[in-house]
Design a protein around this ligand. Structure first.
Ligand code: FAD
Length: 139
């Protein structure tokens, strides 16, 4: 099996309603647990940044479903690589909304206190998520 990590950013569309975040997380955790995909989702009410880890087949399968979801657009692949260990092994989908606590972390990894995933390199986006995971409970 090829263990793989994928990181992308996207933007909400008019089809996205703010209560959708709960159903997206519920679905992601349910589906990901079945196929051993783990990761983290960051969201600031406008942009998403998500990391998916798992077998190459299952990460691609999940990403293809996500690409077809009309609740977001401008989906840009920031990072895709084979890895030897998971960073989010305890999270079927960890979740980090923007808050005052995340601003200094944004500043460190993107140079801006606002969450701007399109301004980040894939490596910086991934490192920021590693830093953020210290603050979220595993789900
Ligand atoms: P169905 O629910 O039958 O979906 C069929 C199609 O409709 C899919 O293309 C789906 O994307 C789309 N769709 C479903 N609900 C809506 C809706 N309310 N409005 C518009 N289109 C809709 N899924 C995962 O399994 N794992 C993840 O990690 C994950 N992360 C996500 C992150 C983001 C930012 C978003 C927006 C979605 C994420 N999803 C994730 C949800 C994913 O896009 C699918 O909706 C979900 O997996 C169910 O797809 P399905 O084809 O199995 O079933």
């Amino acid at each position: 099996m090829f263990l793989t990590r994928l990181v992308y950013a996207s933007t909400i569309t008019d089809a996205f309603q703010h209560t959708d975040i709960e159903s997206i997380l519920f679905k992601a955790r349910e589906q990901n647990a079945k196929i051993d995909v783990t990761g983290m989702l960051c969201f600031n009410r406008k942009y998403f940044l998500q990391c998916l880890e798992g077998s190459r087949t299952n990460v691609n399968k999940t990403y293809h479903k996500i690409l077809n979801d009309r609740r977001h657009t401008r989906i840009i692949l920031l990072d895709y690589k084979e890895i030897s260990v998971r960073e989010f092994g305890s999270w079927s989908m960890g979740y980090m909304p923007e808050s005052s606590m995340t601003k200094p972390i944004n500043l460190k990894y993107s140079g801006k206190s606002d969450f701007e995933p399109y301004e980040m390199s894939g490596d910086s986006a991934w490192k920021m998520m590693i830093r953020l995971k210290e603050n979220i409970p595993s789900v």
